[in-house]
Ligand binder design. Structure first.
Ligand code: PAF
Length: 281
């Protein structure tokens, strides 16, 4: 496995692979990799001849009041995991390699899609995500790219960007990976104290409750959401940012639960903001 820090190295390697007719998968990450990322890499290795993992803590998707500075990092461990999972190239650029000092071009979806759900409290987040992912697509020119379904809004936005910008890249969503007690894997789980870690289970419990209520025939979104909120509000350390039912493609709120409805939430556990969701099948 090769580690590249320069865009030119990645371009050269990918060019060589493509000359030999090999397909390329991209797994974009911000590092501090866990089993969720491992499953994305594994899926890419299964689907593509070569797999590139980008490890880049992208500053443009963090607002000044957010956790860019404290975001956990452990590149040695990231490298190890990438190697174990069979990645071929890790792209780990400096911020200056990805953004010139006078960089002023952004990729932004102008519909309401990035303003819903997480966009309400993180207004510049998806502009930063689209910009960096679009740059990574231009650098790596993958055939397929792999994203986790935990970030369901991000996945929907990337799909929309790929369609709108005519990227010939197949976007593959991979299922949420959970701890044995149900908590969705996240690099941010590391912020949680022992007490908060226990409290954080209210997210996956709310997911399970929502699924159960819907499986029992409830179609009214408000009824489902209010029961999920009640469960979360019973946890003293939890503060709801949002719990919402939206259309799985447009991210617009829905009144009636049907196939492809996304039920998504963001909840503060202490100072840590966690997300979770499920799609109605
Ligand atoms: O999901 C993430 O880790 C990031 O938003 C991504 C897609 C790597 C872009 O920085």
């Amino acid at each position: 496995m090769t580690v590249a820090t320069k865009i030119s190295e990645v371009r050269q390697q990918v060019k060589d692979w493509k000359r030999n007719g090999l397909t390329v998968g991209l797994v974009p990450t911000m590092g501090y990799l866990h089993e969720g990322h491992a499953s994305l890499i594994k899926t890419s290795v299964e689907h593509c001849d070569k797999t590139v993992v980008s490890v880049f803590l992208n500053p443009t998707q963090f607002a000044p009041n957010e956790d860019l500075e404290s975001y956990p990092r452990d590149f040695d461990n990231d490298k190890k995991l990438c190697e174990e999972m069979g990645a071929d190239l890790v792209f780990h650029p400096e911020v200056s390699e990805m953004y010139d000092e006078d960089s002023s071009t952004f990729v932004e979806i102008l519909s309401d899609m990035p303003k819903q759900l997480c966009g309400k409290t993180r207004p510049i987040h998806f502009r930063g995500v689209c910009t960096v992912v679009s740059k990574l697509f231009n650098i790596v020119t993958p055939d397929k790219a792999f994203f986790g379904e935990k970030d369901a809004q991000q996945l929907a936005i990337i799909r929309k960007m790929v369609k709108d910008m005519s990227y010939g890249i197949e976007i593959i969503g991979c299922p949420i990976v959970r701890e044995s007690d149900g908590l969705a894997k996240s690099s941010r789980n590391t912020y949680l104290s022992d007490e908060e870690r226990k409290a954080a289970l209210c997210l996956s419990k709310a997911v399970n409750l929502g699924k159960e209520i819907i499986a029992n025939g409830e179609k009214n979104a408000e009824t489902v959401i209010s029961k999920m909120k009640e469960l979360i509000n019973n946890e003293p350390l939890a503060k709801i940012d949002y719990v919402e039912a939206v259309d799985g493609v447009t991210m617009n709120p829905v009144k009636e639960i049907k196939e492809n409805t996304l039920v998504a939430m963001a909840v503060y556990i202490g100072k840590t903001r966690l997300i979770d969701n499920f799609s109605v099948k």
